[in-house]
Design a protein around this ligand. Structure first.
Ligand SMILES: C[S@@+](CC[C@H](N)C(=O)[O-])C[C@H]1O[C@@H](n2cnc3c(N)ncnc32)[C@H](O)[C@@H]1O
Length: 230
């Protein structure tokens, strides 16, 4: 079995252009990149992303699929893997027989890799912003976002549009590294939780579960939020 180690300490690898696993991992969160450069990094990283994440014991997609199974017995329901990357989640949804999973990501190369898994039926290359996605309202029974609330990635208010594209009664599953709730300046001091709560207060969705799961990376904890859209 391949060895699994802790991810490198965030911010320690300043030579972000080095081509080794710790540098590739840290570069995706670097403050030095704008969003286009970050996505270009994901394009370049798509080839080795799966192996690099595996070497750090990343279990986000396994955790996400546990919640998917909990809330969706209907494997024909329509889902969006929002920030699908190379489609690691698709490996599990395919095994479980989910037939209508769409993949959205800004990285075209990552989406090509996701395509090769034959687990998704639609591919949307688009940036998630705080504005509207090109998707029509109320089309998804569920939306899963795994590992994308990360430094330099999604802005907290992007969830506004998720409440629009998911049908009333549909489910949004968010799996993220708990550390970013306190350590990432765009999310900490309640900024991310506040953005989630704002939509609760506005009657756009309700929180149905918030749980923690060990082993997101070797020593990291996953924070899982499940919302039902109203
Ligand atoms: C850490 S990866 C997670 C990918 C996948 N969900 C997983 O669990 O392996 C983050 C993904 O978010 C995508 N991403 C980052 N910012 C984005 C944005 N603003 N809009 C769309 N995709 C974005 C990246 O291209 C990358 O594929």
């Amino acid at each position: 079995m391949a060895s699994v180690s802790e991810p490198p300490p965030y911010g320690k690898y300043k030579d972000i252009n080095a081509d080794d696993t710790p540098s590739r991992f840290n570069k995706c969160m670097s403050d030095d990149l704008n969003i286009q450069e970050r996505v270009a990094h994901y394009d370049a990283w798509a080839k080795t992303y799966d192996e690099d994440m595996k070497s750090y014991g990343f279990t986000g997609p396994e955790i996400a699929v546990e919640y998917l199974k909990r809330y969706f017995k209907n494997t024909n329901a329509t889902f969006l893997d929002c920030g699908a990357g190379t489609g690691l989640l698709g490996v599990y949804t395919k095994e479980l027989g989910y037939t209508n999973f769409h993949a959205l990501d800004a990285s075209s190369v990552a989406l090509e890799k996701a395509k090769s898994r034959e687990a998704y039926t639609n591919f949307i290359q688009e940036f998630i912003t705080t504005g509207k996605l090109s998707i029509e309202s109320g089309v998804y029974d569920g939306l899963v976002c795994c590992g994308c609330f990360v430094p330099g990635h999604l802005e907290p208010d992007c969830v506004e549009d998720w409440c629009r594209i998911v049908k009333p009664g549909g489910i949004v599953i968010i799996v993220m590294n708990q550390r970013w709730l306190s350590k990432e300046p765009s999310y900490n001091e309640g900024k991310l939780e506040g953005a989630f709560q704002k939509r609760v207060d506005e009657g756009k969705w309700e929180l149905i579960v918030r749980e923690q799961r060990d082993g997101y990376f070797v020593n990291d904890v996953a924070e899982v939020f499940v919302f039902r859209v109203k």
